[in-house]
Design a protein around this ligand. Structure first.
Ligand SMILES: Nc1ncnc2c1ncn2[C@@H]1O[C@H](COP(=O)(O)OP(=O)(O)OP(=O)(O)O)[C@@H](O)[C@H]1O
Ligand SMILES: [Mg+2]
Length: 503
């Protein structure tokens, strides 16, 4: 009968295969086993499974490749990875590649294992499962596949007692994610302590992290508990971990390896149980390569790594964020809810968001306060977003340049000549006031300098016109009422002189 759920077990240890076969057949399920990667691939090609249990280390294959093959052919098949302690990092990677979970050998808790196998038959879509916790926390996940995969992995990893490294550009929500992980972990009823390593000098950082004994340094008038002690049984979030000095890195390594540390100036070993999540917007692996961060510490911290994509790679989520921040800000400031005009929205979508979600949140809040009507218009957006739009939007750029030319901002100066003459006379007065003939005067040198200065002046004027026309030489020439050829000639003349002066 094909309606029975079917399981695939891939493990080179026959005992493991027998164990699962027995367990699952007892429950009335179909089971097929494979002892190698090759065998597994052949079976996958011909059979459909509800769940596959795959050993990470196979004699002829990597379990991750089998996982990919299964997900490629049968996306609905849930995969549970079987791993030893030494391969936990790869198992975490497997979760990020879509595995449901991993189990560590030897299997100690059979009930837990059975629950996991049953669960694999009734997995609900990630989005559905996540929505509740997210609403409670004000944590927007959005629709982008990258983010859904990330959260799905984070949620599974949260339940394991492993160290997590969160990386991402500034403002992408690393701390928000760390708080979320804590809230779905087994420590959710204990505190979440956030600590920014970048905010302290080296000496202060050590005492803040590990505490100090009375009299250990000037000003240490009493014993003080460090953040590690305070975070006992809880979750400790260490932000900007890349700014820890080499001495601090050694101490951190020791705590991670043994759960033990000494207070500054202390002799008594403190033992703690802390779940550590770290974050950085630096490229930590790159820092390791440059010998600026300890490799052994990096591997300890990076058991599970979660990389949050920048906002520009999550275009589809922007509107969701806007709606969320508008609602939040309107409520906080007790003002009526507004919407962005379609033009403003278009600008927002085109912006690169180097400050990511933080920048978007601030922009929305600011624009809401600035706007006068019911709609938030383009004028209510910050200059940097409007300017970028001008540069990117060629059609409107064309219009702007034509407008600039017709306005001819410089025109009044050469036309009447009066203002220019008066400015030049002022300049000549200043110049001659500074000249004395007492120590002799080099007339030829003066002549060369003045002619160089004249060329530079013209080049600067042209550059200003180029700035105003976003680099378009034809438009700039129109603005200056010269031919583009003349414009290029003057520019090159000044540049050539610059180069000969430098060499
Ligand atoms: N997924 C999200 N849902 C809702 N708000 C978010 C989300 N991600 C970030 N934010 C908001 O963006 C701001 C920045 O988030 P957070 O402090 O977590 O960023 P970060 O990556 O730690 O930045 P930094 O590298 O500068 O420390 C916060 O105000 C936070 O509320
Ligand atoms: Mg942060």
């Amino acid at each position: 009968m094909s309606s029975k759920a079917s399981f695939l077990i891939v493990d080179d240890e026959q005992e493991v295969c027998n164990f699962f076969s027995y367990l699952l057949k007892q429950k009335g399920y179909r089971v097929i086993t494979a002892n190698s990667g090759t065998e597994a691939m052949e079976i996958i090609a011909e059979n459909h499974f509800n769940t596959a249990l795959v050993d990470l280390k196979l004699p002829d294959a990597n379990g991750l490749d089998i996982l990919k093959a299964i997900k490629g052919r049968q996306p609905d098949c849930e995969v549970i990875i079987i791993t030893g302690y030494s391969t936990v990092k790869s198992a975490v990677e497997a979760i990020q590649l879509g595995a449901l979970d991993y189990v560590e050998k030897p299997f100690v808790d059979i009930n837990e294992m059975e629950a996991l196998l049953d669960k694999s038959l009734t997995v609900r879509p990630v989005s559905e499962e996540l929505s509740k916790a997210i609403q409670e926390q004000g944590f927007i996940i959005g629709r982008s596949q990258k983010m859904l995969n990330l959260i799905s992995a984070a949620q599974k990893i949260a339940k394991k007692n492993i160290t997590i490294l969160i990386q991402g550009e500034t403002g992408t929500g690393k701390e928000v994610l760390a708080r979320y992980i804590h809230s779905v972990s087994h420590r959710s009823d204990r505190p979440f302590l956030a600590f920014n390593c970048g905010a302290f000098t080296e000496t202060l950082l050590e005492s803040e992290l590990f505490g100090h004994e009375k009299g250990s340094f000037t000003g240490a008038t009493h014993r003080k508990k460090g953040i590690f002690e305070l975070a006992h049984k809880a979750t400790l979030f260490l932000d900007e971990i890349d700014s820890a000095s080499p001495a601090i890195q050694i101490k951190l390594l020791r705590v991670l390896e043994t759960g033990e540390f000494l207070r500054v100036g202390g002799e008594e070993m403190c033992k703690i149980d802390v779940r550590i999540i770290t974050a950085t917007n630096a490229d930590l692996a790159g820092k390791v390569a440059e010998n600026k961060f300890r490799e052994d510490l990096f591997y300890r911290l990076d058991v599970a790594s979660l990389n949050i994509p920048p906002l520009r790679e999550r275009q589809e989520d922007i509107e969701l964020f806007i709606e969320f921040f508008l609602g939040k800000e309107a409520q906080a400031k007790q003002i009526s809810l507004k919407q962005f005009s379609p033009e403003a929205l278009e600008l927002i979508k085109k912006h690169e968001w180097p400050g990511n979600i933080r920048e978007l949140s601030n922009t929305v809040a600011q624009a809401l306060l600035l706007s006068k009507g019911n709609l938030i218009e383009v004028e209510d957006l910050p200059e940097r977003i409007r300017r970028e739009f001008k540069i990117n939007n060629l059609e409107s750029l064309e219009q702007q340049m034509t407008a600039a030319v017709s306005k001819s901002a410089f025109a009044c100066l050469p036309e009447t000549g009066e203002k220019l003459n008066s400015l030049l006379n002022q300049f000549a007065d200043n110049l001659f006031n500074a000249i004395t003939f007492r120590e002799g005067f080099d007339f030829e040198l003066f002549n060369t300098e003045i002619s160089n200065w004249r060329d530079d002046l013209l080049a600067t004027l042209i550059e200003k016109a180029l700035d105003d026309t976003y680099g378009n030489q034809v438009k700039a020439a129109e603005l200056l009422q010269v031919t583009p050829r003349a414009l290029r000639y003057h520019l090159q003349k000044a540049r050539k002189k610059d180069n000969t002066n430098q060499s």
